[in-house]
Structure formats: structure tokens, C-alpha cells
Write a protein of this length. Structure first.
Length: 741
């Protein structure tokens, strides 16, 4: 690098939604390795000063050099990791998102603001081994300090020492006398010392299926080896992860583990930290900006051998990548639904391939995408068909809701089953996917229902605190005393939410604690963990909760799971609704009977004869997934075809429709002239056409081959960016959309 001539132009990605790069002139001495892609620079952009990233060093520009501004400063001594930059460029191209914005999204806030990427260190002071006490002299405070340090053989940090009213000068004086020594340590923990072995607690002896899966995984440690670990709930997938990670870390490589947002609980982290002696670094939304930077640095420098994080952790640079695991790979939280609409699981595949390392996707209910790839042989398909614990997962028992009286959403035979379970000394989990007291408030005299003024949606009735709330736009209203249409005072709840079911169960089972677990009841920090700790003590109890409870938790004393209503996904317009709802049902059902006693799962439904529901109940998720894949093939839908969705929204329906038609027309024209093999559908109204008082339309692109999609999308993005009328609306491109809403 040092001999190559200095470039005349730096092409820089600026954090902005504009899909283009900007040229600047170098200025000041280049860093040691010379000007190169990945260096952050401070530049003037319009009237602002921003932090950009060099993505190209060139000798020419499309503009005359005299028109270019020089950069203000280079912020890095060395470029940000090349693989990280590569992944960001890929992401930007694939998801049609501006590179500058993608880079900003993929780095910690403090780096975005221009802070250096370096480990924060602190000093630790210890009593020196061969110090000569005679050298202390007459220094009473220093003598006290020395005595305090003697009592802490592992040493104390400067901060702790100063908190005891000692000064740095006193420490320095002792150091000069050779009585204490000081060393620096990073905040994320020391560099791993594996002289004591990697494991803090021993691995479990694997059962046959686990051993077979692990064995196959061991064969592919040195290459790109994508595997689907498809194991029923409680089959011990996590144990397989732990033992595979052990093998990777033993080879001095790093493992990156992605888990769903609600899966990153202290319990999960605890399981990893208990097993390994080496540091396990967590990356999630609960970190401060400094902690996040520290974790990123520890991963980028290679000091952290194991990194666990939620969606955005896929962008964590690794110095010695060895393995990527995506746990609960079907989970919706891996897809970002706004801004940069990436899918962390799909990027994990791309990244593992680039690094030439194994990729492990784990789930009891794999996405149809991953199942399809396992069927076509793109992924190795590893099966765990039995639970690691004593009892097999319970089958779903469908319970007919039609024409039966309900209390808090539950019918009498279900309430009896709850009673029997509690009498036997066990716990019950009641799953209901609606928070609030009731889905809405209705007038019994005229049929009026509380609707949101801004959305095509009903408002949910909440009791704690009392209000009507729209779950789509967050508007709130006071609960009316009388019907706004006919004046009748006969206003009643329609349907049940978590609050109503909790209230009714607390009445029926006055002696038993009822814990409600949903977004509202767990707002306070640690509220969820406190409730779960209480529940894990094992006294009879009822848990009422939304999908927060459905996934990943190991609740050993739950033997009965009740699903209040299984019908949400059955007749929805979104073609993925049934897949997602079946995954959720199977996951909830998987919470039952995970320890000493077998489980039972009661599923209330208005449609006990629905063929899909019956297939799920009688033959399980895998059979339903097979049949759904077949339907997708016949209907030519993903994952058998590739899809992108263009969403358009604006304040006026007619203007939006006119513009959307024009856009779709031009797009079709372009598809013809580029001779692309793809279908362009729409514009059609979004499933909820009016949301937050804005109208929503969509255009869908479908193609047999992915390569056909991208030229059309790229053209469209540039066209829309340059189209003056399009400034009056909001538009976005969603590649591989996970929902049509
Ligand atoms: N080989 C084994 N021997 C004994 N117990 C095991 C073994 N493997 C796993 N277990 C235990 O079985 C229980 C379930 O395992 P684990 O949580 O890993 O399953 P999972 O497949 O990840 O479940 P889920 O998909 O429901 O989250 C845990 O308590 C775990 O300690
Ligand atoms: Zn609303």
C-alpha cells in the first residue's frame, strides 16, 4: 500500500437516504496504511458536518476536481474491517437501500458519531510480589492504601480505590517505590486464558440423535456448510449449539449466535455463560452506547470468542469467524420491518458463505424458506425427533367453541381441565394473542363499535389504565359512558384480551396466583424475569400471556397449555399467515410437559373441522408445512418464487392511486424493455388501506429467478428518487417481504 500513489479523489458514503456516493479530496496526512476503503472521515455535507466512510479511492471524479471539497479529517488509524464493509455493500445492493444509511445502521452509535474504535481500558492495581516494605517510609496514607490492596489479592481498579478517598498520586508513589504494580484491562473482560480449559461446567452426554447431528456438524467446520437443525421443542438443540461452539472456540475461532428479540433473556445468556469460561459478549437493545461499542470492539479485535445478539448483531465484525448460529430461525424478529428492511437470517447465509464457515439454523418449526432449501439439498437437514427430556411433545387437542358459554374467553370443559391441573399441583399456561381487556367495545343496542379515526381498525379496550387504544397508530381515547351513535348505556366488551382472561381466572381460582405476561405488564425493567423466577419455584400457578411467553422459555412445571383462540391465521389474506400461526401454536404447545410430567394442549377454535388445523393437530407442524409448501408451489408464491413489494403511502387516496398507476405503468414498460422474466402486480390497496390517516397501496414483483428482480428494483429506486411527484408520497422497497401489511 505504502508505495502506491496517493489517490486524488475519495468516494464517500454519507449517512443519508440518497442512493449515491459523494466525492471529496483527501486532505492532511493519510493514516499509516494510506487512504483506503473503510476509513471514517469527517466531511462537510450541505451545511452539516457528518461522519462518512470511504468506499473507493480513485483518480478521477464525474465532477471537475476543482469543484470538490476536501475532507475535514480522517477519524481512523486503520480502516473498519473489510468483511464488514463487504457485508454492508452487499446489504445495500440486495435490499436497495442507500449505502451511507446502511453503513450507519450497521455500526454502533458512537462510531457513527466519530468516536475511535478502541477498547476502553481501566487500570488494576495489585501489591507487588517482591516489594521491600522498608521503602514505604513515613507515609501513613500510603501505608493504609497498601494494607487495603493486601486484602484484595486480585487487585482493585483505580475507580474503586478513589472511591475510598485515596488519590492517584498515592498510587503512583507506591508504584515508584516498587510496592504496587499496575496493569490495564479491557472493560469487556480479559483476553481469554484457556490454560484452564474452555468449559466452566461439563457438557451433557448427548443422546443418539444429538450425537449424530453434532458429528455431521463436525465434518463441516472448515467450509461453508449450511445446516438446518430441525428438532422438536425440547429436543436439546441448545446443547448441540453449545458443543459445536466449544469445538469452534477450541480452534481459536469465534462463534456468532443470533437469537430472537424475546429470546435473549438472562436465562439464555446464563446458559451460555455457565458453560464457558471464556467471555460471552451480548449485543442487544438494552446496552448503553458505550457497552455496545465495547462489545463490537471485543468482537472485531477477536478478544470475544462468543458473541450472542439479536437481529442487528449480524453486522458485528469478527476477526476470526468460525461459526454462525441462528436460533429459532423462523422468528419474525429477524426481519427489520422499516428503514433498512433486511433479514438477519438471510444475511447470515451470505456471510457464512463469504467467510467459508458453517451456518447452523435451528428451529422446531422451520420457515418454509429453510425447509424448501433443506429439501432441495442446499442445506443439510439434521433432525431431532425426540425430546431430550422424558415426555414427547403433546399433540394439540381441538376444542369446539361454537355455541358454548365463555368466561374470560374460556369454555367450561377447559376451565375444568385447568382446575384438575392445579389440583394435581402443576402450572397452567393460557395463551391469548391479544393484549388489553377486550379487542373492542360494542354497543348492544345498535351494534356500534369503537373504531380508530385514523386507521381501518377497531380500538382495543384497556382496563389498566382504562382507555381505548389503537394498536396500529397508538391513538388513545377515554372510554365513553354511552354509545356515541344511539346514546344507549349498554356498552360491552367484544371478545377477550389478556386482561379480561386474567381477571376472570383470578375470580374463578381465587387461591391461585395468576401472572399476566404481555407487553403492558412487563414494561418495567426485570418485570418479566421476576415473574418467571417466581413461576419456576414450582407452586401451582396460572400464566396468562401473549407470544412473549410462547417462545424459548423453559417452564418445567407447566403441564397444561390452553390456546384461547387458534383462528387468527386461518382465514387471513396474507399468504404467510397460516405458516406463522402454525409456528406459534406449535411453539406454545412446546411449553407443556418439559420435565417430570407429561403435557396436554387444549386449543379452542370456532373451526374444529378446518383441514389445516386438523392436519396440524393430528400430524404436527412438519406435515402441515409440507402441505403449505405444495400450496405455495401451485400458487407460485415464495419460497418457490422470489418477491419484492413496493409500498406507497400518501395523505390523499386519489392522488396516491394516480401516481401509483403511473409508477406501475412505467415499471411494466421497463420490465418489457429489459426483457426481464417477472410479473408486476398492482397497485392494490394494502390489507389495512388507511393507517395513521394515510393511504397505503402496494405493487408486487414476482420472479422465478432472483436475478430478474434486481435490475427492475434498481431502476425503480433511481426513478422514484428523481421523480418530483414522488416527493409528495412515501415509498419503500421490501425485498423478500415477510408480511404483506
Ligand atoms: N443430552 C441431554 N441429556 C439430558 N438433558 C438434556 C440433553 N440435551 C438437552 N437436555 C435438557 O433438555 C431440556 C431442553 O433442551 P433445550 O432447551 O436445549 O431444547 P431446545 O430444542 O432448544 O428447545 P426449544 O426449541 O423448545 O427451545 C433442557 O433442560 C436441557 O438441559
Ligand atoms: Zn389507529
Amino acid at each position: 500500500m505504502a508505495d502506491s500513489p496517493a489517490p486524488r479523489v475519495l468516494r464517500i458514503a454519507i449517512p443519508s437516504p440518497l442512493r449515491r456516493l459523494f466525492d471529496y479530496l483527501p486532505q492532511g496526512a493519510p493514516p499509516q496504511g494510506g487512504w483506503s476503503p473503510g476509513l471514517r472521515v469527517r466531511v462537510e455535507f450541505g451545511r452539516r458536518q457528518v461522519v462518512g466512510v470511504i468506499v473507493d479511492c480513485r483518480d478521477d471524479s464525474d465532477l471537475p476536481l476543482a469543484k470538490l471539497k476536501p475532507i475535514q479529517a480522517c477519524l481512523d488509524k486503520a480502516p473498519l474491517p473489510g468483511d464488514w464493509l463487504w457485508l454492508c455493500r452487499f446489504t445495500s445492493r440486495y435490499y436497495q437501500h442507500a449505502l451511507g444509511d446502511t453503513l450507519a445502521h450497521a455500526m454502533p452509535v458512537l462510531l457513527r458519531q466519530g468516536r475511535p474504535l478502541e477498547a476502553r481500558v481501566r487500570e488494576r492495581w495489585q501489591v507487588a510480589l517482591n516489594g521491600d516494605p522498608a521503602r514505604l517510609g513515613r507515609a501513613p496514607r500510603q501505608a493504609e492504601l497498601l494494607e487495603m490492596l493486601r486484602q484484595h489479592p486480585q487487585g482493585l481498579t483505580t475507580q474503586v480505590i478513589q472511591a475510598q478517598s485515596f488519590t492517584r498520586d498515592q498510587l503512583k508513589a507506591l508504584e515508584a517505590k516498587g510496592l504496587v504494580s499496575c496493569h490495564e484491562e479491557t472493560l469487556t473482560g480479559p483476553t481469554p486464558d484457556d490454560s484452564q480449559g474452555l468449559l466452566a461446567s461439563p457438557a451433557l452426554a448427548l443422546n443418539d440423535e444429538q450425537a449424530k447431528a453434532l458429528n455431521q456438524l463436525h465434518q463441516g467446520l472448515d467450509r461453508f456448510h449450511p445446516c438446518l437443525l430441525h428438532g422438536v421443542t425440547g429436543s436439546g438443540k441448545t446443547e448441540v449449539y453449545l458443543q459445536l461452539i466449544e469445538a469452534v472456540v477450541a480452534k481459536k475461532r469465534q462463534a456468532l449466535v443470533l437469537i430472537p428479540e424475546i429470546g435473549l433473556t438472562p436465562q439464555t445468556l446464563g446458559r451460555f455463560r455457565q458453560r464457558f469460561r471464556v467471555p460471552v459478549v451480548a449485543l442487544h437493545s438494552g446496552l448503553t452506547d458505550h457497552e455496545r461499542l465495547d462489545a463490537w470492539e471485543a468482537a472485531a479485535s477477536g478478544r470475544a470468542p462468543i458473541i450472542i445478539g439479536t437481529r442487528s448483531a449480524i453486522f458485528t465484525p469478527l476477526a476470526r469467524p468460525g461459526l454462525i448460529i441462528v436460533d429459532e430461525e423462523h422468528d419474525g424478529s429477524f426481519k427489520q420491518q422499516d428503514g433498512l428492511r433486511y433479514h438477519a437470517r438471510d444475511l447470515a447465509v451470505v456471510r457464512a458463505k463469504r467467510h467459508g464457515i458453517p451456518l447452523l439454523l435451528g428451529s422446531a418449526t422451520p420457515s418454509l424458506e429453510s425447509l424448501h432449501r433443506a429439501r432441495t439439498g442446499d442445506y443439510a437437514h439434521l433432525r431431532l425427533t425426540r425430546r431430550a427430556t422424558r415426555h414427547a411433545p403433546a399433540r394439540l387437542e381441538l376444542v369446539d367453541l361454537k355455541g358454548r358459554p365463555r368466561r374470560g374467553g374460556l369454555i367450561p370443559p377447559v376451565i375444568d381441565a385447568i382446575k384438575a391441573t392445579l389440583d394435581a399441583g402443576h402450572q397452567v399456561l393460557v395463551f391469548i394473542n391479544r393484549r388489553g381487556f377486550a379487542p373492542t367495545l360494542a354497543c348492544h343496542a345498535c351494534g356500534w363499535m369503537a373504531e380508530c379515526d385514523h386507521c381501518d381498525a377497531r380500538m382495543t379496550w384497556h382496563r389498566q389504565p382504562p382507555m381505548l387504544a389503537c394498536h396500529h397508530c397508538d391513538r388513545r381515547r377515554v372510554i365513553p359512558d354511552a354509545c356515541p351513535d344511539c346514546g344507549s348505556a349498554d356498552l360491552r366488551p367484544l371478545g377477550s384480551g389478556t386482561e379480561r382472561t386474567e381477571e376472570s381466572l383470578a375470580e374463578t381460582f381465587a387461591e391461585t396466583p395468576v401472572h399476566r405476561i404481555d407487553r403492558d405488564s412487563t414494561r418495567a425493567k426485570d418485570a418479566l424475569e421476576k415473574m418467571l423466577t417466581e413461576v419456576r419455584r414450582g407452586e401451582p400457578a396460572i400464566l396468562v400471556g401473549t407470544q412473549m411467553l410462547a417462545k424459548g422459555h423453559h417452564l418445567p412445571h407447566v403441564t397444561l397449555v390452553v390456546v384461547v383462540n387458534a383462528d387468527a391465521g386461518l382465514y387471513a389474506s396474507d399468504f404467510r399467515a397460516l405458516e406463522h400461526s402454525a409456528q406459534l401454536l406449535e411453539q406454545v404447545a412446546g411449553r407443556a410437559g418439559r420435565a417430570a410430567h407429561p403435557g396436554r394442549v387444549l386449543v379452542q377454535t370456532m373451526h374444529p373441522d378446518d383441514p389445516s388445523l386438523r392436519l396440524l393437530a393430528e400430524r404436527g407442524y412438519d406435515a402441515l408445512a409440507e402441505s403449505l409448501l405444495e400450496e405455495r408451489r401451485i400458487a407460485a408464491l415464495p419460497p418457490l418464487r422470489f418477491m419484492a413489494l413496493i409500498r406507497l403511502e400518501g395523505p390523499r387516496e386519489d392522488a396516491l392511486t394516480a401516481l401509483a398507476r403511473e409508477i406501475a405503468g412505467e415499471l411494466r414498460e421497463q420490465v418489457r424493455s429489459l426483457a426481464l422474466d417477472l410479473d408486476c402486480l398492482g397497485p392494490v390497496p394494502a390489507p389495512m388501506e388507511r393507517r395513521q390517516n394515510r393511504y397505503h397501496l402496494q405493487i408486487a414483483l414476482m420472479a422465478e429467478r432472483r436475478s430478474q428482480l434486481h435490475p427492475a428494483l434498481e431502476w425503480l429506486a433511481h426513478r422514484l428518487e428523481a421523480w418530483p411527484e414522488a416527493r409528495r408520497i412515501r415509498w419503500s422497497i421490501d425485498v423478500d417481504p415477510q408480511t404483506l401489511s
